[in-house]
Write a protein that binds this ligand. Structure first.
Ligand code: FAD
Length: 374
């Protein structure tokens, strides 16, 4: 296994007196083990697979590892069901020809994984210790779990403006995902908040459906790359409102307008033709507990090795939006969740924690009911 030499090197580093200084600091941060001080691990539960997160990636990893009889333990985290619980209709997940409500879809995911023996618990993984296997996870700052492998599926949170009505109208005209919700705004006027590449991409995408896309930006110039700016400026359906911020979202059950303020004149006014508000001010990957352990890019997305879900720590795998800043869709998250499960199962087998790995054929022939899994 390609990663073993790296693990060996890491343990060699740990034997030095300057252990803390030598730990593999990622993004310039050293791992923080102080949270584990005073935690008695004598009776800590030991699991072969712990999955952190219950969005499409986490539940898919749970489904596959449960079907492989690995009895995964799944932590729900601060948002059980993940981002899709904050939206209404999902029309682009295969298998639902009539579309489905986001929260209902995530209940289906959970039911399917639990049917095969996945065990889910409420709790947030607040700290990890990946210095030696079995790895240590601290849940809600107090409960210690030992894990032979860990699948990180903690997703990423879209950034919002923090307005009360924005949250109330989420999924009812307010969205942070043009790819997901753009088609609901055919021939309507929508606003996009943001000035970076993502905002330009979202705006251009929305012109396929909307009759006008108004980009609202708090400054008088964009942060987006020159090429993306040019594409947006060249698009007849896109207009720009400079030096302006959204201060309120209007509507009872559905967005009927937005209130904005001009930062130069401090004049507020209402755009009552806007029926869709798209936030494109970035995402924050939920990867803070893994800081200092897992390699991350400049925006704190977990880096995985090409064509796999392997992280820099052997036996720790990452999937879904926590490691994907490009596609960020439910189906891609589920796809990498499946990859992480298969990677974890093979890793456990190769390291002698479980018996022979199942072949692909055995995966397909895995037990069809929970009882036959017992
Ligand atoms: C408004 C909106 C609408 C969308 N609509 C669509 C759509 O129509 N179609 C589509 O394909 N995609 C849509 N998306 C995108 C889709 O929701 C995401 O791509 C997908 O949910 C990512 O799945 P994930 O499993 O990686 O993470 P998430 O769904 O973000 O789930 C992350 C999970 O990790 C848990 N977690 C986080 N931190 C911790 C921790 N420390 N300990 C334990 N658990 C933790 C959370 O509680 C959560 O359960 C939409 C997104 C938004 C915001």
């Amino acid at each position: 296994m390609v990663l073993l030499p790296r693990l060996d090197a890491w343990f060699l580093l740990c034997t030095k007196p300057s252990f803390i200084m030598s730990t593999p600091a990622t993004n310039g941060h050293a791992p923080n083990l102080s949270a584990f001080e005073g935690i008695d691990g004598a009776d800590a539960e030991m699991r072969d697979v712990v999955i952190i997160g219950t969005g499409p990636a986490g539940w898919t990893a749970a489904l596959y590892t449960a079907r492989a009889s690995l009895e995964p333990l799944v932590f729900m985290g601060p948002e059980p069901g993940g981002q899709l619980t904050t939206t209404t209709d999902v029309e682009n997940y295969p298998g639902y020809p009539d579309g489905i409500m986001g929260p209902d879809m995530m209940q289906d995911f959970q039911a399917q994984a639990e049917q095969f023996g996945a065990e889910s618990r409420y709790g947030v993984v607040t700290d990890v210790d990946f210095s030696e296997r079995p790895y240590r996870l601290l849940v809600d700052e107090e409960t210690l779990i030992h894990a032979q492998t860990v699948i990180v599926a903690t997703g990423a949170s879209a950034r919002y403006l923090g307005l009360e009505n924005e949250q109330r109208l989420l999924g009812h005209g307010v969205s942070a995902c043009a790819t997901c919700d753009g088609a609901f705004f055919r021939d309507e006027t929508v606003a996009v908040v943001g000035g970076g590449d993502s905002a330009m991409e979202e705006a251009i995408f929305l012109t396929k459906f909307a009759k006008e896309v108004r980009v609202i930006h708090r400054r008088d110039e964009l942060r987006a790359s020159k090429i993306m700016q040019e594409r947006a400026f060249d698009n007849d359906k896109i207009t720009f409102v400079w030096d302006t911020e959204v201060v309120d979202v209007l509507g009872e059950d559905q967005v009927t307008g937005i209130e904005v303020i001009n930062n130069n004149t401090e004049e507020t006014y209402v755009m009552d033709d806007v029926t869709g508000l798209f936030l494109a001010i970035g995402h924050t990957p939920n990867t803070e507990p893994f800081t200092g352990w897992l390699d991350m890019d400049d925006s704190d997305y977990i880096e995985t090795q090409p064509d796999s879900t392997y992280t820099n720590i052997p036996g720790v795998f990452a999937c879904g939006d926590a490691q994907d800043h490009v596609y960020r869709q439910a189906v891609t998250a589920a796809g990498t969740g499946c990859m992480a499960a298969i990677d974890a199962e093979r890793w456990l087998s190769e390291h002698g924690v479980i018996d022979e790995p199942r072949t692909e054929t055995e995966y397909h022939a895995a037990p069809a009911t929970a009882s036959s899994n017992a």
